[in-house]
Design a binder for this molecule. Structure first.
Ligand SMILES: Cc1ncc(COP(=O)(O)O)c(C=O)c1O
Length: 451
């Protein structure tokens, strides 16, 4: 068959390699976030809407979306206008007193994340999850924390464990008990590690075991595991967690940094009506600008001003609610909840078109694949069922084929992050034409791989 994909310019990795080599003289590893390093390394120079351009000038349709924030697309014109307007109007990061804009953002935010009473803002998702655990410990007077295998909750000590853990490091699947801890960073003191317990996703019995064994302050989990593709909770699991939290008095933290505002304006909790005691958000609510949030009930959130100093928590930061990300978030939220735009309807339509087309092509080429999708977040697993947890995924998914498939698509100008199982994200700036071009490239990629 002839290759009809739109990006005719061959992948030229030399200019990207030169950027990495230059940066490596000054920045360890050559880039500011090691999670951005992938094979191949591509240095991007520009982005607009659904498209990216690398430093060699090659154009891509983007499904990586900067690790998922770009729900409206790159450089959304309304957002750009809002950000430039606050700068032109002379707003600054005064560092003293409240601002009208942070109040406006909080009100707008809570009109979306409506199961929470109050919200506090930070600069990154990792700060939000760190503060969630701190608030939970202050509220309960307990110290142990339950994590979920395959859930990424940020870079700080208390959560930096067991994400895409090699099965050899786990040894065997553990149901009803805890996995060995496998830190994803060096430098976590043993005393801190001993307060952390990792359980399998969709395993309520393991949570009960932890509750019987330890004084648990909090359990934190992504409600849908979106750092290992899209792994959904089984019926009854999230409800079960809610009941265990109510019965045992630990703080259930839903980390909605990825699901929030991508799954819908109220995130996973808006879709299901099942509330976390605390919830963390980031990424999509500001369409790529650096801001994150911790939301929850007043009792817990107000610990920041508790009269009891033994419970008062410090939630502070020089750049919290800097006017630029605040303006970006307000502009984004206004668009996300505008019924005339129907952002989520548009996203769902595009994502369904992509899913249907991909499934047809996998069938055409006899590829065993299961596509899992939550709105515009999607992942194709090369296995015969939707994974229910990391062990299932790690032992059944064809990682080698996934890596080759991603590479063939990149050659053809379709950019998903090259690491197998990483979630794809569609933005409001994508069009039917983008999806059709993606499917044509997919057809050509599969033909190449399986010819
Ligand atoms: C679910 C989840 N929580 C927390 C984080 C940490 O956010 P950040 O990278 O902004 O610190 C991430 C980042 O990917 C995430 O996906």
């Amino acid at each position: 068959m002839s290759d009809t994909t739109f990006s005719k310019q061959p992948l030229d990795l030399e200019p990207s390699a030169a950027v990495l080599a230059h940066n490596s003289r000054f920045v360890p590893g050559g880039l500011a976030s090691v999670n951005r390093k992938s094979d191949p390394v591509i240095a991007f120079a520009r982005a607009q809407g659904s498209r990216l351009w690398d430093v060699a000038g090659k154009e891509y349709i983007d499904y990586h979306a900067g690790f998922a924030p770009y729900i409206l697309g790159h450089n959304d014109p309304d957002q750009v206008a809002a950000v430039t307007a606050v700068m032109a109007a002379g707003l600054s990061n005064y560092g003293s007193g409240p601002t009208r804009d942070e109040g406006e953002l909080a009100e707008l935010f809570l009109s979306c994340a409506s199961l929470a009473d109050k919200v506090q803002f930070f600069n990154s998702g990792s700060e939000a999850t760190a503060q969630a655990i701190r608030v939970a410990r202050a509220a309960t007077g307990r110290e142990h924390v339950i994590l979920v295998q395959g859930s990424y909750n940020g870079n700080q000590n208390v959560v930096a464990f067991n994400v895409m853990t090699p099965v050899e490091a786990l040894g065997r699947q553990v149901i009803g008990d805890e996995y060995p801890r496998v830190p994803i960073t060096a430098g976590i003191p043993v005393a801190e590690q001993e307060l952390v317990h990792v359980v399998e996703f969709n395993d309520l019995a393991a949570v009960e075991t932890m509750l019987a064994r330890y004084d648990v302050a909090a359990m934190i989990t992504e409600p849908i595991l979106q750092n290992i593709g899209v792994v959904k909770p089984q019926p009854g699991y999230i409800e079960g967690l809610r009941k265990l939290a109510d019965d045992h008095g630990f703080v259930l933290v839903f980390d909605e940094v990825k699901t929030g505002f991508r799954a819908g304006p109220g995130g996973f909790q808006g879709l299901t009506g099942i509330r976390g005691d605390l919830s963390t958000y980031g990424k999509a609510f500001a369409n790529g600008f650096p801001i994150a949030a911790l939301a929850g009930n007043s009792e817990m959130m107000d610990l920041v001003v508790s009269e009891d100093v033994s419970k008062r928590v410090l939630l502070a930061g020089t750049y919290n609610c800097h006017p630029v990300p605040v303006a970006a978030a307000i502009a984004c939220l206004k668009k996300l909840r505008d019924p005339a735009l129907d952002v989520y309807g548009h996203l769902d339509g595009l994502a369904q078109r992509l899913e249907d087309g991909q499934q047809m092509l996998f069938d055409k080429y006899g590829v065993t694949a299961t596509i899992v999708r939550q709105g515009s977040a999607h992942c194709a697993y090369f296995m015969d069922h939707a994974p229910v947890n990391w062990w299932d995924l790690a032992s059944n998914h064809d990682f080698g084929f996934d890596a080759k498939f991603r590479r063939e698509l990149i050659e053809r100008g379709i950019y998903n992050f090259p690491l197998p199982t990483k979630q794809g994200s569609i933005s409001f700036a994508h069009s039917d034409e983008d999806i059709d071009l993606t499917l044509a490239a997919t057809d050509a990629a599969l033909h190449r791989l399986l010819e």
